[in-house]
Design a protein around this ligand. Structure first.
Ligand code: RAM
Length: 552
């Protein structure tokens, strides 16, 4: 349609104002000048995945056993020949064990044994990281996360022989094979199974000191396996679920990596990716996806994780001396401190109630945990760590207000949250006592060494103390024990908690572990928990960073 003159002028004006509007929107992007460069660097540091072909090592039977983890154990039931040589019709429900946790792609070959294949065959494969995942019915599904995270896959085979790869990437040790539909006029069998396992880990860390206690060596081995499985083209939180980069998980994985596989490029990739995908306001988004294009989870704002980005960056620059990455990403770290400034009150206390309304304030999977003390402690910790980063980078002048703010928050916390009679830190209106509150107050440096020891020593005998709900919070508790000089207690805590998982048969460490409630799930259905979870790998960091505590 041809435009007459007034219409043409109107159209030109419209385009011009639209361009102005878009430009003004772009101008609101705090990192406009850097964003594409950060994303390019993230791409440049993307690791090549190492692929290894694995075969099942055994067949197993799953047996109910009240003393086994979640009530199920896998008992060897012979070699894989039994499966490969027999008709699947008679072996439906058979379980193959690959002997270790693997992440990658599953391929099987199916062949007719006798008769003429005259109809499709339908099979169901269920992949599990732990025995209970293959034993507990998934339906009716009661979980709060997508039912589709559970790894049961139906495959219809229309002709045979056939070699079929299940398209979905899987994370598992055990696979159950069931026959859902077949014709009576022919028999068939699975003649081969293999798994293309992937990880970006290419190195083997040094052996632990001779004489390291066996349990610690086992914890280290399982921690390394956990970390290796989570190290794909980003630090994933869990290869089964959520299969993405979360800042909190990245922090703990990058610490463990510094003392083990030393894949610094992967750490850099994750820092740049998160920076490149942060909000236009400069605030980080807690979790991001790599495909089909790198993108952040819309609305995924988690306060504690914004702070931990700074801490992770500081630890990385300190350990590697890579100031360039620190300088590139300094604007991001600096910006996250606005969160502290926004919620710090005149009285030196963080307005945790307001923050809780405006953010997801996480800290742990623990119902009822009061987060006042944790938030106050983490904020102080972050201010300290970010200031240390600024010093490393020669940027103190850009955060000149930080030392005074830190002091104010610290003094207020000491005055308002330390119960001088019990020696314990309290949190919230009900003065709740928790492991988390003690840990974060101590890491924030609110307690003197003597006060810290007093608080941590008092904790185990407090009846109503809120315990950590997940290994994530347990990490900070152990870090606080070490920080306070309670070395034996730190070692015992690692031996009891992660050693507890080892004793229950863990091949990789779990997302959630409550020694008194093995069926605990933040998602109302424990088979959807992740049983190879990044934030649970941190004993690797403790054991290797502090050999004098753990390796003797
Ligand atoms: C869990 C994820 C991840 C964690 C978040 C907060 O669902 O698996 O590990 O960082 O919660």
């Amino acid at each position: 349609m041809a435009l007459n003159k007034p219409n043409a002028i109107f159209a030109i004006l419209l385009v011009a104002s639209a361009t102005l509007f878009t430009n003004s929107l772009r101008a609101q992007d705090l990192y406009q000048a850097f964003r594409q460069g950060w994303l390019r660097k993230a791409e440049a540091y993307k690791p090549r995945l190492i692929e290894t072909i694995k075969q099942p090592v055994n067949l197993v039977k799953l047996e109910k056993e009240p003393s086994a983890f979640q009530g199920w154990k896998a008992v060897s039931s012979g070699g894989t020949d039994k499966l490969y040589n027999a008709s699947l019709k008679t072996e439906s429900g058979i379980v193959a064990d690959f002997g270790e946790h693997l992440t990658g792609y599953f391929t099987f070959t199916i062949k007719a044994l006798n008769g003429t294949p005259d109809a499709p065959v339908r099979l169901k494969f269920t992949f599990g990281e732990v025995p209970a995942e293959l034993s507990v019915p998934f339906d009716p599904y009661t979980g709060t996360l997508s039912r589709a995270w559970l790894q049961d896959e139906t495959v219809t085979v229309t002709e045979m022989p056939a070699t079929i790869t299940i398209p979905r990437r899987l994370a598992f040790r055990y696979v159950k094979i069931e026959q859902l539909g077949a014709s009576s006029s022919f028999d068939f069998h699975i003649s081969n199974m293999q798994f293309k396992a992937t990880t970006s880990v290419a190195t083997t860390p040094p052996a632990l000191a001779a004489g390291t206690p066996q349990l610690i060596a086992d914890i280290d081995r399982v921690g390394l396996a956990t970390l290796k499985e989570c190290m794909q083209t980003v630090y994933e939180d869990g290869p089964k679920r959520d299969r993405r980069l979360w800042i909190g998980d990245l922090y703990l994985e990058s610490l463990a990596n510094l003392y083990s596989f030393k894949n610094n490029d992967l750490t850099k990739r994750c820092f740049y990716l998160l920076a490149g995908l942060s909000g236009d306001d400069g605030i980080l988004i807690a979790n991001v996806f790599e495909t089909p294009e790198p993108h952040a989870q819309v609305g995924g704002r988690l306060l504690d994780y914004c702070f931990l980005y700074n801490v992770a960056l500081k630890e990385y620059v300190t350990a590697t001396g890579d100031k360039q990455t620190g300088l590139d990403l300094w604007p991001v770290a600096k910006k996250q401190l606005d969160i502290a400034r926004k919620y710090a009150g005149e009285d030196g206390m963080m307005d945790y109630l307001k923050a809780g309304k405006e953010w997801w304030v996480f800290f742990d999977w623990k119902d009822g945990l009061d987060k006042q003390a944790s938030l106050q402690g983490l904020t102080i910790y972050t201010l300290n760590q970010t200031y240390a980063l600024a010093k490393l980078l020669g940027k103190e002048s850009e955060v000149a207000d930080v030392p005074a703010l830190t002091k104010k928050l610290k003094e207020a916390a000491h005055k308002k949250l330390l119960d001088k009679t019990t020696g314990l830190f309290v949190s919230g209106a009900d003065k709740q006592i928790s492991y988390g509150s003690q840990a974060w107050m101590i890491l924030g440096g609110v307690a003197s060494k003597a006060e810290a020891q007093k608080a941590l020593n008092a904790l185990p005998v407090i009846k109503n103390a809120v315990h950590p709900g997940a290994p994530y919070m347990f990490h900070y508790y152990v870090a606080a024990l070490i920080e306070s000089g309670l070395k034996n207690e730190a070692k015992e805590a690692v031996e009891n908690y992660w050693g507890g998982m080892i004793k229950k048969g863990a091949d990789t460490f779990w997302e959630v572990y409550d020694p008194n409630d093995e069926l605990k799930s933040p998602y109302n259905f424990y088979p959807v928990n992740s049983y190879c979870h990044a934030w649970s790998c941190t004993p690797v960091y403790f054991i290797r960073k502090y050999p004098e505590i753990f390796q003797r």
